[in-house]
Design a binder for this molecule. Structure first.
Ligand SMILES: [Zn+2]
Length: 450
């Protein structure tokens, strides 16, 4: 352990320069004109794995390659998979960047560049952590670094299917692609919400009607939709759809207590939203509402005349796009059915409904007390000098489900400060967090669970 940590100390500058070089590559997976750049980024991270003694390769598919590397030191020792991605979000809008997104700069201890926190910094950090161990690596490691995380590609999923057997020696996968909970406080995220999308169109007259000639005599689809949508929640902000909460895992007292102790800055959170106030389901805290309670949100609502000035019509139709965020235990398809039944049974008189079911993904719950989770938490604590916060997140991470299906326990490590503006202009990453993430990797790889 000491030798690995010393190696890191001696190589601070070199490692930082490697990250800066990596950040100069505009590996924007959403844009075909950057495919060659994306491949350069794949070559770059593969070269780092080569240097660290891994046996590496590209898995090619319909899109950008997934880089894989294996270092199997002893079949009797445990094996960990490490996941990351080398692609980045598009940097637009460019004029909001204070320095060019692919010309990394370091100011006040922060790196500014697209992809520095999400996910080039943390994923490179773990490769370098393996390198720090040199030939004394105490466990087997397999890296899977994909190039289409930000654009919803499928190559890594094909890789997981085709190479399922190769990964069978591993029990867990470390995913360092999430923020911690506060500056300098890392996190292990053990819960993610799922999703179920539904689109409803309310249809009335066969064409837009003159609101003077016909107004008051037929149902207005826009009014009907507004009434219909208003029935989705009760006065306490709870989802009022029958059967919606079926199977939903409640937040128990132990967890509530733990979540209430998270160093969550509610004021800063409110300021970040720009909303006048935080509101939500009665009886739950903001953190619980946004991570551990199921929701129905209206993502878009349209119909009728939307141009300049007025146009006196009764629109023939109005549409709303809905997505439900789900908690562990809820079945996404059953939720879609429940919402559809609710809408049908609450439809006002004089209109017809058309309901379309969209994409779904189940929520995930990962026990934070397993031997692997404890090993990850211990490594984070040693590296950051404070215990890792146990958190849940409100979004979904598809690759987490894919790894679970491949039989691996996901360990979602939050290693950088929240508010690093991932996906936004002026993305940043504290140099300290980069070094702490390397240290966390060194500790983790050095102390696998028995
Ligand atoms: Zn990411």
């Amino acid at each position: 352990m000491d030798a690995a940590l010393k190696h890191l100390e001696r190589n601070h500058d070199r490692f930082l320069n490697l990250l800066l070089d990596y950040l100069k590559i505009p590996s924007i997976s959403a844009q075909r004109k950057h495919d060659a750049d994306s491949r350069r980024a794949a070559e770059f991270i593969r070269a780092r794995l080569d240097e660290a003694g891994f046996e590496t390769g590209f898995f090619e598919g319909k899109g950008l390659p997934t880089v894989h590397g294996a270092r199997l030191v002893d079949t009797k020792k445990p094996t960990l998979v490490v996941y990351g991605h080398y692609d980045v979000q598009p940097p637009d809008p460019l004029d909001l960047w204070e320095s060019p997104p692919f010309e990394p700069v370091i100011e006040d201890g922060e790196i500014r560049a697209r992809g520095c926190a999400d996910d080039k910094g943390p994923s490179l950090a773990l490769v370098l952590a393996a390198a720090c161990w040199g030939k004394d690596l105490p466990m087997n490691l397999r890296f899977v670094i994909e190039g289409e995380e930000e654009s919803g590609g499928t190559v890594v999923y094909d890789y997981l299917k085709v190479h399922r057997r190769d990964l069978a020696d591993a029990k867990a996968v470390a995913i360092a692609d999430a923020p911690g909970i506060a500056r300098g406080v890392p996190a292990l995220c053990y819960g993610l919400r799922g999703i179920a999308a539904v689109e409803v169109t309310v249809k009335g007259p066969a064409r837009d009607l003159h609101s003077g000639t016909y107004g008051g005599s037929v149902a207005n689809p826009a009014t009907a939709l507004a009434r219909l949508l208003a029935t989705l929640h009760d006065a306490k902000g709870c989802v009022a759809v029958q059967g919606f909460h079926e199977g939903a895992r409640p937040i128990d007292d132990v967890e509530r207590k733990r979540l209430s102790k998270l160093p969550f800055d509610e004021r800063a959170f409110l300021a970040d939203t720009g909303s006048p106030a935080l509101v939500g389901e009665e009886g739950f805290t903001t953190w619980e509402r946004r991570t551990a309670r199921p929701t129905v949100e209206i993502n878009g609502i349209f119909g009728g005349y939307e141009g300049e000035g007025s146009k006196t019509i009764i629109p023939s139709r109005a549409t709303a796009k809905l997505t439900c965020r789900l908690v562990p235990g809820q079945d996404p398809k059953r939720v879609q059915d429940a919402v559809a039944r609710h809408l049908e049974s609450h439809a006002p008189k004089g209109v017809r409904l058309e309901i379309a079911r969209g994409h779904t993904a189940p929520a995930a719950y990962m026990d934070p007390e397993t031997p692997w989770a404890k090993a990850a938490r211990a490594a984070l604590e040693r590296a950051y000098g404070c215990p890792a916060a146990l958190t849940r997140e409100g979004g979904s991470i598809p690759v987490v489900s894919a790894f679970r299906e491949a039989g691996l326990e996901p360990l979602l490590l939050g290693t950088y400060a929240p508010g690093e503006k991932a996906h936004s202009p002026n993305e940043r990453y504290h140099v300290e967090d980069f070094l702490a993430c390397i240290r966390a990797g060194i500790h983790f790889f050095g102390a696998p669970p028995a």
